[in-house]
Design a protein around this ligand. Structure first.
Ligand code: ADP
Length: 447
């Protein structure tokens, strides 16, 4: 097992990784920008190294500074968390070249899944169902038009290097296609330095359902069920739950079998998530994330496993200590992402937390790096806390979530807590009747 792990991240996820390390008896090294000198992950880690100024590109994305910090402190492994360098194959390769273990998959699998066109091709070969669409990049408007009439409108133009819902445009008919194609390409180029796009059938009312897997270096692969992440705003997840209110046991077992056998054939290692759209009883693969996800606690609450601990054990070469038959998915869990944002306009609202009181009690978990007096910096993502609640049934989980949301006090800054309090009282949500467009319609942002 490792003696010292460097955590190449910040905020709640840095704390989350620190906790798993401590429970394994591993020393931790925090890295931080000058804006995060007072952050909780820095306070709790055994050692801390400042790696640069506030801008992420100069600090949390500064590969050389992070690797130097690992070398200087004698860390034997690096956990990248999510975001930042977590899906950067060059970084993973650099880490390995320095004789340090990257806690994640092989760099080749990171690059394969980072190119959505390549990922989709691999999945088609592995017999995983995909959204109908172009077989590879779409190089010009003429090809796009030809495909549009073949696939049938509406279609979605997507960026091969995409992420965070950027570089995506819907075209409802041939007239809209040329403009959608051009703007998707330019947004992709500006955001990812890669303007390659492809086309997919646009599904009108799907749910977003993803499967969590764990794979060790000895060929063992298990799935830990699914998460329903259909509640989204601007393609960003707002609330996640497991199990999905839309699936039954047979569908779960069938998809679980498809994803585990695909990843076994691929020789994949570490934690991973296969994301699907689910509509009218059918699954369509959209992408694979080769890292820990923000919403991983939802799965942890129903299967009783610590996913970060498993990632660390896998990276250290240990075989999974359980089989698929040992995995028991129990009860129901829901996670609310709480952002430092205006709950009406969603504009970021950084500032000083004047008062802080997280909820507690049976079945309640708060993953957050907030504390009273902490100043939320304006330089990073606005998510400041995750409230995760478990219950023996979905109904118990909902009742518990409502009371936990009512207990939660984050004073001094605006947060999206009021949005969640309203959402959990809404009949459609209570009944589990929602698709990926429902939240925006309910908020009056979309027809
Ligand atoms: P990103 O990597 O940018 O997050 P994804 O491929 O994961 O992109 O898609 C993000 C979201 O966009 C999905 O959760 C879903 O809401 C929507 N989406 C993606 N592909 C389609 C599609 N073919 N039809 C309808 N909606 C889609």
């Amino acid at each position: 097992m490792f003696e010292k792990v460097l955590i190449a991240n910040r905020g709640e996820i840095a704390l989350r990784i620190h906790r798993a390390c401590k429970e394994l008896g591993i020393q931790t090294v925090a890295v931080h920008s000058t804006a995060d000198a007072d952050a909780m992950h820095v306070r709790l880690a055994d050692e801390a190294v400042c790696i640069g100024p506030p801008a992420a590109r100069d600090s949390y994305l500064n590969k050389a500074a992070i690797i130097s910090a690992a070398v200087i402190t004698g860390a034997d492994a690096i956990h990248p968390g999510y975001g930042f360098l977590s899906e950067n194959a060059d970084f993973a390769r650099m880490v390995e070249e320095h004789g340090i273990v990257f806690i994640g998959p092989s760099p080749d699998h990171i690059s394969m899944m980072g190119d959505k066109i390549e990922a989709k091709r691999a999945m088609i070969e592995l017999k995983v169902p995909c959204v109908p669409g172009s077989d590879g990049p779409v190089a010009d408007v003429e090809t796009a038009l030809k495909l549009g009439s073949e696939i049938g409108y509406p279609v979605l133009i997507k960026a091969a290097g995409g992420g965070g819902g950027k570089g995506m445009r819907v075209a409802n008919n041939a007239d809209e296609l040329a403009e959608a194609y051009r703007s998707a390409r330019s947004e992709a180029g500006a955001n990812f330095g890669n303007d390659v796009v492809y086309i997919e059938k646009y599904l009108g009312h799907p749910r977003h359902i993803e499967f969590q897997i764990l794979a060790d270096a000895h060929g063992n692969v298990v799935h830990l069920g699914e998460r329903d992440c259909s509640l989204q705003r601007k393609h960003q997840k707002v609330l996640e739950e497991s199990p999905s209110p839309a699936l039954n046991l047979d569908q779960r077992a069938q998809m679980g079998e498809i994803v585990t056998s695909a990843l076994k054939k691929l020789g994949y290692r570490n934690a991973g998530t296969l994301e699907f759209l689910y509509q009218d009883g059918n699954f369509y693969f959209i992408e694979m994330n080769t890292r820990l996800q923000v919403e991983h606690p939802v799965t942890e609450m129903i299967c009783g496993l610590d996913l970060v601990r498993e990632q660390i054990r896998i990276a250290a070469g240990a075989p999974l200590a359980f089989t698929q038959e040992d995995v028991r998915l129990q009860g129901h869990a829901i996670e609310c992402r709480i952002n430092a944002e205006d709950p009406e306009t969603f504009s970021p609202a950084p500032g000083r937390v004047a008062e802080y009181h997280p909820p507690g009690g049976l079945g309640v978990r708060v993953d957050s790096a907030l504390y009273s007096g902490y100043k939320v910096p304006s330089n990073y993502d606005s998510m400041v806390a995750k409230l995760i609640v478990h219950g023996t049934s979905r109904n118990e989980c909902l009742m518990r979530l409502r009371r936990a949301l009512d207990e939660y006090v984050i004073g001094g800054i605006k947060t999206t807590l009021p949005l969640h309090r309203k959402l959990v009282q809404t009949p459609e949500f209570i009944d589990g009747r929602y698709d990926i467009h429902w939240l925006e319609r309910w908020m009056g942002l979309k027809k």
